[in-house]
Write a new protein. Structure first.
Length: 93
């Protein structure tokens, strides 16, 4: 299994990572923070221990915290797609 890093985050499993919605096309979604508990083709489900919130991937910017503690900024448009298909993709060099 590959170690998750800044270079392969878009091709990696997101469930379990801490996430912060940095910028959103919907003002209600800005600054949502929590753990990714589920993911669909177009949405990320974030739990903040009190409630779960569904946030669209498209037109949002996220900060993911890797297990190493590094924060990575990701454009939501780059992670749109079914998780199982996205994790199988190989990055072109």
């Amino acid at each position: 299994m590959r170690t998750i890093s800044q270079q392969n985050l878009t091709n990696h499993e997101l469930i379990g990572l801490h996430v912060n919605v940095f910028l959103s096309s919907f003002s209600d979604n800005v600054e949502i923070t929590g753990k990714v508990v589920n993911e669909t083709r177009n949405m990320i489900i974030i739990s903040d221990n009190c409630e779960k919130k569904a946030v669209p991937k498209k037109n949002n910017i996220f900060y993911f915290t890797l297990p190493s503690g590094q924060r990575v900024k990701i454009m939501g448009d780059k992670i749109v797609g079914r998780p199982v298909e996205r994790t199988r993709k190989r990055r072109r060099r």
